[in-house]
Design a protein around this ligand. Structure first.
Ligand SMILES: [Zn+2]
Length: 198
């Protein structure tokens, strides 16, 4: 056996993380063995706390510690506009722009038939429930300008327009195939300002 069993188990767990290959998993494992015990323990407990204390916001499906996330609890936000994003980290990207004052809805993925991701796998049902009360006037489809992002936007536009809601899409000031997460604030701001109706 190449590694003592606990080390082999640690490497195996680290290798499951996105972007971590066998080599980096080994490097991280040896690093964790070298750090003081309290440091390793605080990493372990941060992971445990995050898993135990976080859930999805009952309204927008963002990651939250309470039943409703901070954005949904904020009375100053404009609830008549909802930006639909693929992942919680996209909310952080749009919040960095500081211009958007509406609400959000997180789909937790994008349509991808090849990978078996259909509308049932996304938080579409929750979105429709939310739109049912008639308070929302505009939905901004803020999915990435990728094949999956565009397909998801098109699907939602067809679904939502008959309900009588204004459906807009972020302008393609965004780099094609680019990700919200990586776009700078100025680009995102103009993508938001020049959004077009679908
Ligand atoms: Zn929320």
């Amino acid at each position: 056996m190449l590694f003592a069993r606990p080390l082999a188990e640690l490497i195996a767990e680290l290798e499951k993380l996105p972007g971590v290959g066998p080599k980096s998993a080994q490097r991280l494992a040896y690093h964790l063995l070298r750090v003081p015990e309290h440091e390793a323990n605080s990493l372990a407990s941060a992971i445990r706390n995050a898993k135990q204390r976080l859930r999805f916001c009952a309204q927008c499906q963002n990651i939250s510690e309470a039943e409703l996330c901070e954005i949904c609890r904020d009375g100053r936000r404009d609830r008549s506009t909802i930006a639909i994003v693929a992942e919680p980290r996209d909310i952080a990207a749009l919040e960095r722009v500081h211009e958007y004052r509406g609400a959000y809805h997180v789909l937790h993925g994008l349509l991808n038939p090849m990978e078996g991701v259909g509308p049932e796998q996304l938080r579409v049902k929750e979105l429709l429930t939310r739109l049912g009360d008639g308070e929302v006037h505009e939905v901004i489809l803020a999915t990435n300008p990728t094949i999956e992002g565009d397909a998801t936007a098109l699907y939602l536009a067809k679904l939502l327009k008959p309900i009588g809601i204004k459906v807009t899409r972020l302008a393609h000031g965004m780099p094609i195939g680019g990700e919200l997460d990586y776009a700078d604030s100025a680009t995102l701001l103009s993508a938001l300002e020049y959004r077009r109706e679908m």
